[in-house]
Write a protein that binds this ligand. Structure first.
Ligand SMILES: [Zn+2]
Length: 119
């Protein structure tokens, strides 16, 4: 997720501002992964007993290295998908903003050193 970072502090600030503006959530933000799990229902006469398992949608997320799971009803699926995508978008933005903020700090330190005659 490495991005191209400009060298000049003015440009870095411009990049930062553009990303800060995009940092607004357009829907609930869901920090979880959407997965499809195929299961058998237990009825020996059902199609799943012959291998055509029932697909179900679940959310998984981690709390302190422990994985949690929640069932997602199919009618909520489009919304839930959007909420997890919104989390991915914001996470990516935050990682870009972090890289730019660090680059800004770095450029400041370099400029200060130059002014003091050290390099
Ligand atoms: Zn079944």
């Amino acid at each position: 997720m490495q991005m191209k970072i400009p060298k000049h502090p003015t440009l870095i600030r411009r990049f930062l501002q553009a990303r800060q503006k995009q940092l607004q959530a357009h829907c609930p933000v869901l920090a979880a992964s959407l997965v499809t799990i195929r299961r058998v229902c237990g009825n020996p006469n059902c199609r799943c007993a012959k291998g055509r398992k029932h697909p179900g949608h679940y959310l998984t997320w981690k709390v302190k290295a422990k994985t949690h799971t929640a069932y997602v009803p199919v009618d909520l699926l489009p919304q839930v998908k959007q909420w997890t995508q919104e989390h991915r978008r914001l996470k990516y933005l935050v990682s870009q903003i972090t890289q730019l903020a660090l680059a800004l700090i770095h450029s400041h330190v370099t400029a200060k050193r130059r002014r003091h005659g050290r390099s």
